[in-house]
Design a protein around this ligand. Structure first.
Ligand code: FES
Length: 119
């Protein structure tokens, strides 16, 4: 089933702060990254011990987790510290100033029931 694109943030907000996050349902979140003019979206928490990726350090496409330093390529989700670890990634599209993230249909339905949180 194709992903369902939901409005997640704006280019203006991403330019102000290049890592943003929003909740999907009660326990999950998605993190959006603005890296060198490109936008990527991954699951919201580190594979290691679930630190919020929102607090990580971004350099180019490389994110360093703020808790124990695991590093990820946010364009693929691949962990650069441990081969076996990988973040889920989501497709992104931009329409005008609006940034949309493609979520699985059931996840999107869950998200729509929640308030938006982009900080
Ligand atoms: S929680 Fe991210 S490196 Fe440990």
């Amino acid at each position: 089933m194709p992903p369902r694109f939901v409005k997640a943030t704006s280019l203006r907000l991403l330019r102000e702060r290049p890592i943003r996050s929003f909740k999907i349902g009660l326990f999950k979140s998605v993190t959006i990254f603005y890296a060198g003019g490109e936008i990527f979206a991954t699951q919201g928490h580190c594979v290691h011990m679930h630190a919020p990726l929102l607090t990580g350090h971004l350099e180019g496409r490389q994110l360093t987790c703020s808790w124990h330093g695991w590093q990820y390529d946010i364009s693929t989700g691949q962990c650069l510290t441990n081969d076996w670890a990988k973040l889920a990634t989501y497709p992104v599209k931009v329409e005008g100033e609006d940034v949309y993230v493609g979520l699985p249909e059931e996840t999107a339905a869950e998200k729509l029931a929640e308030d938006w949180e982009t900080d």
